[in-house]
Design a protein around this ligand. Structure first.
Ligand code: GBH
Length: 491
């Protein structure tokens, strides 16, 4: 794969977006600056024991103040797009129950203008795991149907202020991960779960389905505002980003094949089917029965606004085994929540791909081609963006900086995943862009600063940024692509 780098990059379409990704809580810092309100992650990270190294995102990589420097890094990489998220509590510190914070708006104005002046398209998410704490305290955040009005109000403000310059909107980043981690295993705020899931006492085992339902309907409301008031004039597109894991049947049996399909239903199609087809996947309805919330006729009317593209964050793959016809180790309630399947990185003790410093991340590049092809087939060749893909490494102290900078594993990972993506495109998938996670090392949620995903190393004492080998490699990959495209344009 290393040899054919320039060849590989020429396989991507003209106007393909090559970018890097970020999110507000993981990057910005400035948590009490310029009128920003508290959000769920501010409150959560400040509670001892929640973040592995006791850190918070109070400063993060100080992107709020250092965005000019960071855009310089992007320009040097040669990317033509940057994915970031707006901090909801920076724009609406108290949701729809308080004022619009114009200083927050001004910040994103400056970031967007700076990007556009350098030829970098902003690719913007409205929420990336964050919600103003006010909305948690008032009505329980995503658990209440009230949140739909708040999300709609917030989305409307963003389209109004930024929509003339932002052509790509994402409503949610990984709502499936939020539903599962915040309301089922309880490891993300607001830490709700119930036995047999997770290890906390607040919640009940169906809450995560309710939270997901409200996110789906919030998405629908934001999209309907965009379609009715803004899209025609602003000429942008709007989509959602799902965490997409490739589920490889552990054997060739039809039972395990069906199980892998159910695993997709219960993880990804859980959101995409309602948004695109107006209903939960059949197998979800069949196995969850009355646990699954129901869409009313009004909901269905709102859902028909759909989306313009699907974004996927794809990093890894798991084996899946059927638990209906065979015995599994999981408690039945747990396996039921995932579609009566058992997921594992191992088959007969052998991992599906190289294990990494990140427990859920196994390197299986073929998963990219399979995942994209699956989405293409299920959703009628809808435009797809790879909104995240990347490799995390453990922070092992200062002595290891040289190793972190010489990140050959990350180069290999990106090169192989991009090659696999190119295959899916060659076979007809309508993929429009690829964003690597991430521009910089940053706050990795409950792992704090112990895991580094950046193309640039961040020294957390000085906040100085240094390009890793992967930055140099990506730069070359993108420029080879430009050259190859320019040559074919002249033919
Ligand atoms: C993405 O999350 C986030 O969007 C980004 O903010 C984050 O920094 C980045 O990836 C790197 O982690 O083991 O069953 O939970 C990914 C979070 C964790 C979601 C692993 C999917 C795998 C399946 N992912 N999880 S499971």
């Amino acid at each position: 794969p290393f040899g054919g780098i320039s060849e590989d990059s020429s396989l991507f379409p003209r106007n393909f977006l090559f970018g890097t990704a970020s999110s507000s809580y993981q990057f910005e810092g400035a948590y009490l600056i310029d009128g920003k309100g508290l959000n769920n992650w501010d409150v959560f990270s400040h509670k001892p024991g929640n973040i592995i190294d006791g850190s918070t995102g109070d400063v993060a990589v100080d992107h709020y103040h250092r965005y000019l420097e960071d855009v310089d890094l992007m320009e040097d990489l040669g990317v033509n797009s940057f994915r970031f998220s707006i901090s909801w509590a920076r724009i609406l510190p108290k949701g729809r129950f308080g004022n619009l914070n114009m200083i927050g708006i001004k910040h994103y104005d400056r970031l967007i203008d700076t990007l556009l002046r350098r030829g970098i398209q902003p690719f913007v998410a409205l929420t990336h795991y964050d919600i103003p704490q006010e909305l948690e305290d008032r009505y329980g955040g995503w658990l209440s149907a009230e949140v739909q009005a708040d999300f709609k109000y917030y989305a409307d403000a963003c389209f109004k202020y930024f929509g003339h310059r932002v052509k790509y909107w994402i409503t949610f980043n990984e709502p499936n991960v939020v539903a599962i981690r915040a309301y089922r295993s309880g490891i993300y705020p607001p830490s709700r779960c119930s036995p047999p899931f997770g290890n906390c006492s607040s919640g009940n085992s169906e809450e995560y389905l309710v939270a997901a339902h409200n996110m789906i309907l919030s998405h629908a409301k934001a999209v309907s505002v965009y379609r009715r008031k803004y899209q025609e004039e602003q000429h942008g597109s709007i989509g959602i980003v799902m965490n997409a894991v490739w589920f490889e049947p552990i054997s060739g049996s039809s039972e395990d094949n069906l199980a892998a399909d159910r695993a997709q239903s219960f993880y990804m199609n859980w959101f995409l089917d309602p948004i695109i087809f107006g209903r939960y996947p059949d197998d979800m309805q069949q196995y969850l029965g009355s646990s699954l919330p129901v869409f009313t006729n009004t909901d269905k009317r709102n859902l028909r606004y759909g989306l313009d593209f699907i974004g996927i964050n794809h990093y890894t793959s798991f084996y899946v085994k059927d638990c209906i016809y065979s015995i599994c180790e999981e408690q039945p309630e747990v396996s039921r929540a995932e579609g009566y399947v058992s997921k594992s990185a191992l088959k007969d003790g052998v991992p599906i791909g190289e294990l990494t410093a990140v427990d859920w991340l196994h390197v299986f590049p073929q998963g990219m081609e399979k995942m994209v092809t699956y989405i293409k087939n299920r959703f009628n060749n809808i435009p797809i963006f790879i909104t995240e893909n990347g490799l995390g490494e453990m922070n092992q102290g200062d002595a290891f900086i040289a190793e972190l900078l010489n990140d050959t594993k990350r180069v290999e990972y990106m090169s192989n995943y991009l090659e696999s993506l190119a295959k899916a495109i060659k076979e007809g998938a309508d993929v429009r862009g690829y964003f690597t996670w991430s521009l910089l090392d940053n706050f990795e949620w409950t792992s704090g600063y112990t895991i580094r995903f950046g193309l640039h190393y961040v020294n957390y004492a000085t906040l100085e940024r240094t390009p890793k080998q992967s930055a140099t490699w990506y730069k070359r990959f993108i420029s080879d692509h430009r050259v190859a495209r320019a040559l074919t344009a002249n033919e």
